[in-house]
Design a protein around this ligand. Structure first.
Ligand code: ATP
Length: 311
């Protein structure tokens, strides 16, 4: 059995450009990879025909992104590259929340499939496949903090200053497509994106330096659809969050705190709030590590369950 963590992400900055000819929007975003993660287990189904996969994902109705990931993997590698598989997803990341849980599950399934396959595709191959599955999937092939560009396919590893996050999810999710349509209607996307500016921002040493630039171009659209989110952001700010904003297409509001104690106290006041840290800190082993500043190579790397659980 292969076990993977599928970490949630929060967008500390999300700039959204124009809709492209292919219907997707250009993005420029700072993704924080979080400790909060789904657990994904993948194992062979002895006796079943290749392709006869089973996805168990309590809490998610309808087509699962994990199934789409497996189907994409099989069509890229050939039907016989993988045995029939059972995928079990223990959802801990709130669903349709703007935290990228489904995308993280899809990326985790790609990693697991590649660990099992006779002829693995490797990380570059997985990233190409991931781009076909959704804007948030390529950055999660190797979970970690990232500057994400294009329609999600541009991924540069970054480091982030220490912070504790309070997530305020809602009971009812928001449809990403609906939020983008509302942003188009409101005209809150921008004519020009500036990845260089975000790259510089990602070098901030402290949350205080980063916080004033934390913003989300989808926030006006999310607030238009769910006005009550404004009150949550205000409460997190009053409780000491250096930045409080909607993550992704919402409806989760994220508060970033320099002081873990203040984060814990804020969470007590907000029903359903989740306190989480940034994903685990580890030196990267591949070439991309060369582009990171030595002492600040604090990107989270994919972790297997045993490691994360301290087993
Ligand atoms: P993003 O931030 O990438 O836009 P999100 O966090 O808003 O994503 P998800 O939790 O990924 O949203 O779920 C979006 C929709 O995808 C849900 O409505 C859900 O029905 C569907 N879905 C399919 N597979 C999954 C999965 N494994 N986990 C969660 N949702 C899934």
């Amino acid at each position: 059995m292969t076990s993977e963590l599928a970490p949630a992400k929060a967008n500390l900055v999300l700039h959204v450009g124009a809709r492209r000819a292919d219907g997707l929007h250009e993005l420029c975003s700072l993704f924080a990879s979080l400790e909060l993660a789904d657990r994904v287990e993948v194992e062979a189904r002895p006796g079943a025909e290749p392709g006869d996969d089973r996805i168990e994902c309590p809490g998610v109705e309808g087509p699962n992104l994990a199934a789409a990931a497996l189907a994409a993997y099989r069509s890229a590698t050939g039907a016989d590259a993988l045995p029939a598989l059972t995928v079990r997803i223990d959802k801990r990341v709130p669903i349709a929340a703007g935290l990228g849980g489904g995308s993280a599950d899809a990326a985790a399934v790609l990693r697991a499939a590649d660990a099992i396959a006779v002829r693995p595709l490797g990380r570059d191959g997985l990233r190409d496949l991931a781009a076909s599955l959704g804007a948030d999937v390529p950055s999660q092939v190797e979970p970690g903090h990232a500057l994400v560009t294009g329609a999600g396919e541009g991924v540069e590893r970054i480091s982030l200053p220490p912070m504790t996050l309070v997530l305020a999810p809602r009971d009812t999710g928001l449809s990403t497509a609906r939020v983008y349509a509302e942003a188009d209607r409101l005209g809150t996307t921008r004519a020009r994106l500036d990845p260089r500016r975000l790259r510089e921002l990602s070098r901030a040493e402290t949350l205080e330096e980063l916080a004033p630039s934390c913003e989300n171009d989808l926030e006006p659209a999310a607030l238009s659809l769910r006005p009550e989110l404004a009150g949550l952001a205000r409460r997190l700010g009053e409780a000491g969050a250096a930045a409080a904003l909607v993550s992704g297409s919402g409806p989760t509001v994220v508060g970033a705190f320099a002081d873990p104690g203040a984060a814990a106290r804020a969470a007590v006041e907000i029903e359903g709030a989740i306190v989480t840290g940034l994903g685990s800190v580890a030196e990267r082993e591949d070439d991309a590590a060369d582009s990171l500043e030595g002492g600040r190579a604090r990107a989270a790397t994919p972790r297997r369950l045993a490691e994360a659980d301290g087993r």
